[in-house]
Design a binder for this molecule. Structure first.
Ligand SMILES: *Cc1c(COP(=O)(O)O)cnc(C)c1O
Length: 220
């Protein structure tokens, strides 16, 4: 499909939703993609990317940052507490704050560094046992705790259950963000970003529709 087609569809969905042009940011999810595909998208002008693995991101983004001014990389995968220190040095934002122990760790790192990447709280909107994320009923208390720790929480993030209509999950997330005074909504992937934009997404995370299918067998 490619970058330009996805940009066109985002603009169209933004218009269709009666939203302000440019109010949805595209995160090009480059995890596991071969370098030549990522380079092609960098050459086309894309500067915001998403990665799932700290190690993988550490291996490729420092060089591309030096080569392409303005690059921003957001962490969108589960973050182990023992990788938090490396993560805050690598990423402009982390979309997967999902537990108190990680909040405490990030707060300690923010003290030392004098700042923190922007944070999105991941919410397990489908209450799936195998999935990361704060349970919806615990979200308000968790946001309050993160704020007490002086963490820069800017929004919420979700990954709806695969077999379900994502729209109710997007609506649920938007409602939870609004009642907590949060403006960022990280939701929508290749298969459902238009529905996410209709529900208020500010950040859509699109991988395979831009870069093509991921080949996990080839991952280093
Ligand atoms: C991999 C991933 C994406 C991108 O998925 P596509 O279906 O390839 O668009 C988005 N969000 C998260 C959290 C991911 O892990």
């Amino acid at each position: 499909m490619g970058l330009q087609e996805i940009e066109r569809r985002i603009a169209e969905a933004t218009r269709a939703a009666g939203r302000v042009e440019g109010s949805v940011r595209l995160i090009a999810v480059s995890k596991v993609q071969p370098p030549d595909r990522v380079l092609a998208v960098l050459d086309e002008g894309q500067r915001l990317f998403g990665e799932n693995y700290v190690q993988e991101a550490a291996g490729k983004w420092p060089a591309w940052r030096a080569e392409f001014p303005g690059v921003c990389v957001h962490m969108i995968g589960p973050l182990q507490t023992n990788k938090a220190k490396q993560a805050v040095a690598l990423f402009e934002a982390i979309h997967t704050l999902d537990r108190s122990s990680l909040a405490v760790k990030l707060a300690a790192l923010a003290q030392v560094r004098g700042g923190s990447p922007d944070l999105f709280v991941q919410v397990n909107t489908g209450a799936e046992p195998q999935k990361a994320g704060v349970p919806p009923e615990a979200l308000d208390a968790f946001v309050a705790e993160a704020r007490r720790l002086d963490l820069p929480v800017v929004g919420l993030m979700c990954i709806p259950p695969e077999a379900e209509d994502p729209a109710p999950h997007f609506a649920l997330l938007a409602g939870m963000a609004a009642r907590n005074g949060l403006t960022g909504l990280s939701m929508g992937m290749s298969s459902d970003f238009e529905a996410a934009i209709a529900a208020g997404a500010t950040h859509v995370r699109v991988g395979s529709a831009i870069f093509g299918a991921r080949d996990y067998g080839a991952k280093a």
